[in-house]
Ligand binder design. Structure first.
Ligand SMILES: Cc1ncc(COP(=O)(O)O)c(C=O)c1O
Length: 369
């Protein structure tokens, strides 16, 4: 079996470092927050090139807490895409705000800046740009719109740890950025984890209050928060893995380049890479007419494949009534969800496994490897 992603292979690649990190936490006797979390917050902020970071329970909570820390709540509108993990929409709703969904551009699959302004209303309070699959959204264009309308720009970096947009890391471009350390993510924990990063010290201080009920230093609360702290065990493990993130992303990029080269003559759209950016290929997603046929062909050859995402946010039960869609709907999103499929992508994939995936995909089109 060739898996789509393999947190187990990643664990095995770093098992001694992970064991040492866990033993350090266990013997340190501090099992909530403390130095391990602070050290990783500092290391991750420095890696992203931002001033401050707050470790939280997961990537969804990172978004909820960032939205709340910006003072966004009941009745406020937040603009984002429907072509994303459900978590992006779930977080907006969990913060009591209304997701206002905009279509994606048909080449990069990130929010289409040309469509944003039509969805801005007097109730709009923020824009969330999702760096889908590991590729930065068009942050220059989105940033200009955010600035013009005085709206904070949130980066959903769950899939883009270590990516670059020009000289900047993803996470350092907007006003605040949210990361997930879900095990399959480019920087994955052995469980859940998340982070909010920003150059705005006061905003991160607010996230740190809100991640513990809204407590101030004397454990008094003026507003309702969550209990959502990054676990010190996960912080220590992530700290051990962070030095390998660039190499892992380079390997993902090399596998993607090999796939795209090998698929160049097939009736299939390979990922487009935005000029001047580093796509970190959390997922390698192709688009084709007979997506289901290719998936069945791969399954018969024990090659993992999946659709990210078969149902847009607004198609989920409980969401359709609570989101705002533009007149005319989201035609690019609606078309894409029936055409996309994600192929195996993780740094520990061997060259031989990559060759097997290529042979299987080419075989589906009746072409020799
Ligand atoms: C784009 C996006 N946003 C947010 C999240 C939420 O992260 P988590 O699963 O850590 O809550 C994820 C991952 O699932 C994601 O892919």
């Amino acid at each position: 079996m060739i898996h789509l992603a393999s947190p187990l292979a990643q664990y095995r690649a770093h098992d001694a470092d992970i064991a040492a990190a866990i033993a350090r936490v266990l013997n340190g006797g501090v099992y909530i927050l403390g130095d391990e979390v602070e050290n990783f917050e500092r290391a991750f902020a420095a890696y992203c090139g931002v001033g401050h970071a707050a470790g939280v329970g997961n990537g969804t909570d990172a978004l909820v807490l960032a939205i709340k820390a910006l003072g966004i709540g009941a009745g406020d509108e937040v603009i984002t895409v429907s072509h994303t993990a459900l978590a992006t929409g779930a977080a907006i709703l969990a913060a009591d705000a209304v997701p206002v969904l905009v279509d994606i551009d048909p080449v990069y699959y990130t929010i289409d800046p040309a469509l944003i302004e039509a969805s801005i209303t007097p109730r709009t309070r923020a824009i969330i740009a999702v760096h889908i699959y590991g590729q930065a959204a068009d942050m220059d264009a989105i940033g200009a719109i955010a600035k013009r309308h005085r709206l904070p720009l949130i980066e959903d970096c769950a899939q883009a740890a270590g990516g670059r947009y020009g000289q900047m890391r993803t996470g350092a471009i907007g006003d605040v950025a949210c990361f997930s350390f879900y095990p399959t993510k480019n920087l994955g924990a052995i469980g859940d984890g998340g982070m909010v990063v920003s150059n705005d010290q006061a905003l991160i201080a607010r996230v740190k209050q809100l991640r513990q009920y809204g407590w101030d230093a004397s454990r008094q609360t003026r507003e309702i928060g969550l209990n959502s702290r990054l676990d010190p065990l996960q912080a220590a493990i992530l700290g051990a893995k962070l030095p390998h993130l660039d190499a892992d992303n380079a390997r993902r990029g090399a596998i993607a380049a090999r796939y795209s080269g090998a698929f160049a003559d097939l009736a299939l759209t390979v990922p487009a890479i935005r000029a001047g950016t580093q796509h970190v290929f959390h997922l390698y997603v192709v688009a084709l007419d007979d997506r289901d046929g290719l998936m069945a062909h791969l399954a018969a050859r024990k090659i993992g494949a999946a659709v990210h995402y078969p149902v847009p946010v607004h198609g989920h039960g409980g969401y359709s009534e609570r989101v705002v869609l533009p007149e005319g709907g989201l035609p690019v999103t609606a078309c894409l969800v029936n055409r996309i499929v994600s192929l195996p992508m993780y740094p520990e994939l061997t060259d031989d496994e990559v060759a097997q995936v290529i042979a299987a995909v080419r075989g589906f089109f009746g072409k020799a490897a």
